[in-house]
Design a protein around this ligand. Structure first.
Ligand SMILES: [Ca+2]
Ligand SMILES: [Ca+2]
Length: 335
């Protein structure tokens, strides 16, 4: 094949990534901690193994980038890569530190029991627990990577003030460390990742914001159906201000990053023969939406240095354009 034809073929197959760039790699670490046995052991296994299976397929995470630390590796040695103990986790972190490159996506999900001792969060593992301070030190070893940390345990809300940073999406099952009852967040989060219902903008992948919104709604409905007082209130933080939000909106800047991040294989890398309507116009609109979301995030970071009126004017213009673009995408996908 002549070089010019090859270059053209590559360029049209990869509309977003230029030839000099590579799409970010995706890494996932799923940890299912100490269950205490019995019913919890089965429940945690069911949710965590389902998540790992979902990451493998349909989300097509490269198998060599997928790590599953479980309480009982014997339960399915083909899925579990290490024991859910601190020493195995720290060994994995060391390995990832040398492999995960800047701009790659590192997804970490903690499932199981957790508690708050009044000053710090503790994730329950066999042997020594993992504290919030230790988790924070782990994340700090990946300063240039995009991190998604999902903590589905009781008391997980205590992590937000400690772990909140730019370029991080943090989802927790509870609003603070004092919500200490068992949670159902993990069940619905796992479900969200490949649910067409969660993909509200019909982009063919579920963003972290869509996954969060779906999970938050399903958890609420679960307690309502059971006539139980909700003892968990999910939170999202992705604007680095140390404060979680129940219902993110673009006006506050919360949710913008989560809206851009997905665990799915990037659409740009999907075969052009993928089903569904994907005309050039629709792809251009999706690209436009991502650009506008980036501009919004960038504007937020300059808020302090801009005169208030100017900031408001720019914010409004971006939000209006974002709403128009989102509507245009919806109209195209509903045809
Ligand atoms: Ca979507
Ligand atoms: Ca926040």
């Amino acid at each position: 094949m002549r070089l010019s034809i090859l270059l053209f073929a590559l360029a049209t197959a990869c509309p977003v990534w230029t030839l000099a760039e590579r799409p970010p790699s995706r890494y996932a670490v799923v940890i299912s901690g100490a269950s205490g046995g019995g019913e919890y052991a089965d429940r945690f296994w069911e949710w965590s193994s389902k998540l790992v299976a979902t990451l493998k397929d349909p989300l097509q995470l490269p198998p060599e980038n997928l790590f599953f630390l479980a309480e009982d590796p014997e339960r399915d040695p083909s899925l579990v890569t290490a024991r859910a103990v601190k020493s195995d986790l720290m060994q994995l972190v060391g390995e990832l530190e040398s492999r995960v490159r800047p701009d790659d996506l590192l997804f970490i999900l903690l499932l199981g029991h957790g508690n708050f001792d009044g000053s710090d969060y503790r994730y329950n593992l066999r042997g020594p627990d993992l504290t919030g301070a230790e988790l924070s030190a782990i994340l700090d070893r990946f300063p240039e990577q995009r991190i998604v940390l999902v903590c589905t345990t009781p008391a997980s809300g205590a992590l937000i003030p400690r772990l909140s940073r730019g370029n991080r999406v943090i989802l927790t099952a509870t609003k603070n460390g004092h919500e200490g009852n068992e949670t159902v967040f993990a069940r619905f989060f796992v479900e969200s990742l490949h649910s067409p219902e969660a993909d509200t903008d019909k982009s063919r992948h579920v963003s972290l914001l869509e996954a969060y919104s779906y999970t938050q709604r399903k958890v609420k409905e679960w307690y309502a159906e059971k006539n139980r007082l909700a003892t968990e209130h999910a939170r999202l933080d992705d604007n680095g201000d140390g404060v979680g939000t129940a219902l993110p909106d673009a006006g506050s800047g919360e949710g913008l990053l989560a809206g851009q991040v997905t665990l799915a294989k990037p659409i740009e890398a999907v075969s052009p023969a993928a089903p569904g309507p994907a005309p050039a116009e629709l792809e251009a609109l999706r690209k436009r939406k991502l650009d506008l979301e980036s501009s919004l995030r960038e504007l937020k970071t300059r808020k302090a240095e801009l005169p208030s009126a100017q900031y408001q004017e720019q914010l409004e213009a971006l939000l209006v354009e974002l709403a128009r673009t989102t509507r245009a995408i919806r109209e195209q996908t509903q045809r």
